[in-house]
Design a binder for this molecule. Structure first.
Ligand code: PEP
Ligand code: MG
Length: 658
């Protein structure tokens, strides 16, 4: 029997919804197929489902054959029409694989390495400095022996293959069961385990073996063919899954060959791991506490490797390309994850300099611990809130460990960027509620989606723009897309009952942007009331990061509950110097008198209106500038957790001077 419907799963049956659909289908004995445009695939294989590329609003047919066919069709059609009903909450999973956003900042300033050392430039993917023995990890490509099997060898080879799959799955299960695995790492490993368990891969390999191929060649053949299918789909997320299929295929081959992956288990304490590419699974289960730093030919700031390195506080420089080969025989490597530099076999002077920086950072960290519980105040007794900038729930612990007095900037774009579909209201409400609960009674300032064409995300079509930094981004995009914005506002209103949620708008340039947002908030609150959904009001503030906002600050201050100065963007817009362009880096200086004047104008307007003025740009954590900002009237400073104790110390010292 069969039934057709229109798919209402947001963004279609991509990886996560496909996995859920398969989980549901596997709960039934019947054979179940999903049919689109005349093409039918098993509903019990997530790889096949993903490759069917079912999009939202397309018509599909669910076909079932077996004792429980009616129930299967009902449940699967139900999921396609209303994906949020019935299944496990999306929130837990989504929260657990949100990425770590902001790396802990190295305690020492970026120093120029000594003369006479070979310095390679890569992508600064995880902050901090390190020097240590090189641990080169360049596993050889696996080639199939290309042996043709005799007819009487086939059953044995099939058994060998099934045993290898079972052993890879068991290894992944053991990794998943480890308490030490962080939520984010667990999400990555679980996705790979799904592939190892998928019928498309196993059935493909078994077919090759039945046709007479040896198991290793069969795995390579089947994995390459599935990977090619993923690469051919017009979708960046699915293209990246090709690497995952290769990685899983490699693991199965290694078991078949009786070889161990050149193991990361033996990495010495403090070593710098060097590789062309490292599988996310390999890194997640490596002894991360021993790894001093990571250097890779592949990868960028948002790759899985960068996310894992940042969440474990490991400095990393990625994206070196072929230059990484220069490190194959290195003995000692020094890396600066703040600047993206790698120094191969540093000379004595550079070694000494790095050792000093690493030691100074460690000593400083140890000495600052006494400031963790301090509530710093000005000489007149006004408390200065020293809060954390974070971008995911995994960073809560680090922020609390550092002594954060709440969150001054929760960057929500990572929630949106990590998934291949827009996050649901439910998932967002769970995430914001968890934050509010974790820091109550301190406030948690959630910034509404701040994204533009330079960082496209699935589910939002951005136009091609000549200057995306001056384009359709932040509050501009959100106000044009109330379907997206209202979900976020509704989620924030719902989370506000769990703690002290405040909401902040990015890239504001006009008062109208605030009044239009207020109207949408009122609309969302009225809807929630009518639906009987518990919710509470929140304070609405704005980031001051455009010159326009500075110049209208006195009027803006009358409309909002607080200002938070975003010095990163404010500096680039005041100085007309792209914050990502190294050739104009000198102009991109917050201490330039023009930028400092803009900060002062903002502070004066906020103080005169009696609203809180805070800062959440990088400058907020600078000990040399904190006294100036506090004298200007700022009462909240939000920064990377790693800078919090130093900032508290600076404020305490300032008060003591009086
Ligand atoms: C800023 O611009 O200062 C800021 C904090 O926001 P972001 O760095 O996320 O643009
Ligand atoms: Mg900004």
């Amino acid at each position: 029997m069969e039934r057709s419907t229109i798919v209402r799963v947001h963004e279609g049956l991509h990886a996560r919804p496909a996995t859920r659909f398969v989980k549901l289908a596997k709960g039934f004995e019947s054979d179940v197929e999903l049919v689109k445009d005349g093409k039918a695939v098993s509903a019990k294989s997530s790889v096949k489902l993903m490759l069917l590329a079912v999009k939202e609003n397309q018509e599909v047919t669910v076909r079932a054959n077996g004792a429980d066919a009616i129930e299967a069709i009902e449940a699967l059609i139900g999921y396609l029409e209303n994906p949020h009903a019935g299944l496990d909450s999306e929130a837990g999973e989504a929260a657990s694989d949100a990425p770590a956003a902001v790396a802990p900042q190295g305690a020492s300033p970026i120093a120029v390495p000594a003369e006479g050392t070979a310095k390679l430039q890569g992508v600064a993917a995880s902050e901090g400095v390190a020097i240590g023995p090189a641990f080169a990890h360049f596993p050889a490509e696996i080639e199939g022996p290309g042996r043709r099997l005799q007819a009487d060898e086939i059953d044995g080879e099939l058994e060998r293959f099934r045993g290898a799959v079972a052993s890879v799955q068991a290894r992944m299960d053991r990794t998943l069961a480890e308490d030490s695995l962080s939520g984010g790492d667990r999400g990555i490993v679980a996705a790979l385990r799904d592939i190892a368990a998928d019928d498309s891969l196993t059935a493909g390999v078994e077919k090759f073996i039945r046709d007479g191929d040896d198991a290793v060649s069969a795995v390579i053949g089947a994995a390459s063919s599935i990977a090619a299918d993923f690469s051919a789909v017009d979708d960046h997320y699915l293209n990246a899954r090709a690497d995952d299929v290769h990685a899983v295929g490699r693991q199965i081959c290694l078991v078949l060959l009786g070889q161990d992956e050149v193991s990361l288990e033996t990495i010495p304490q403090g070593a710098i791991l060097i590789a062309d590419d490292i599988g996310a699974w390999d890194l997640a289960r490596a002894p991360l506490k021993r790894i001093g730093g990571v250097v890779c030919g592949h990868g960028g700031a948002t790759s899985h490797i960068a996310i894992i390195a940042r969440s474990h506080g490991i400095p990393a420089v990625l994206g070196l390309g072929d230059k990484v080969n220069a490190l194959r025989n290195a003995k000692v490597v020094a890396i600066d994850g703040n600047a993206g530099h790698v120094i191969v076999d540093p000379n004595e002077a550079a070694r000494a300099e790095f050792a000093t920086r690493v030691e100074a950072a460690a000593q400083e960290r140890a000495g600052l611990k006494v400031f963790k519980h301090l509530t710093p105040s000005r000489a007149d007794g006004t408390v200065i809130e020293v809060a954390a900038n974070i971008g995911s729930l995994e960073e809560i612990e680090a922020a609390q460990e550092a002594g954060a007095m709440g969150v001054g900037l929760f960057r929500t774009e990572l929630l949106f960027m990590r998934h291949m579909h827009l996050p649901s209201e439910e998932m967002q409400a769970e995430t914001y509620s968890a934050l509010a609960k974790a820091f109550a009674p301190h406030s948690v300032i959630v910034r509404t989606l701040d994204i533009g064409g330079d960082k496209p995300i699935a589910g939002i079509e951005f136009p091609d723009e000549e200057n995306p930094f001056l384009g359709w981004r932040g509050i501009r995009m959100c106000l044009d897309r109330p379907d997206i914005f209202k979900k976020q506002l509704r989620a924030l209103l719902r989370a506000a009952i769990h703690g002290n949620i405040k909401v902040m708008l990015p890239m504001v340039a006009e008062i109208g942007e605030v009044t239009r947002t207020r109207a949408l908030v009122a609309e969302c609150a009225a809807e929630l009331k009518a639906e009987g959904v518990p919710h509470a009001a929140f304070d609405l503030g704005v980031m001051i990061e455009t010159p326009a906002a500075v110049l209208i600050a006195p009027a803006l201050a009358k409309e909002v509950a607080f200002f938070s100065i975003g010095t990163n963007d404010l500096t680039q817009y005041i100085m007309a110097a792209d914050r990502l362009n190294p050739t104009v880096a000198k102009l991109n200086d917050v201490t330039n008198p023009a930028v400092m004047a803009a900060i002062e104008l903002t502070a004066r307007a906020g103080v005169a209106a009696g609203i809180m003025v805070g800062m959440c740009g990088e400058a907020a954590g600078r000990p040399d500038l904190i006294p100036i900002f506090i004298k200007m009237g700022l009462t909240e400073l939000s920064m990377s957790p790693a800078s919090i104790q130093r900032a508290k110390k600076t404020i305490a010292a300032m008060a003591a001077e009086k």
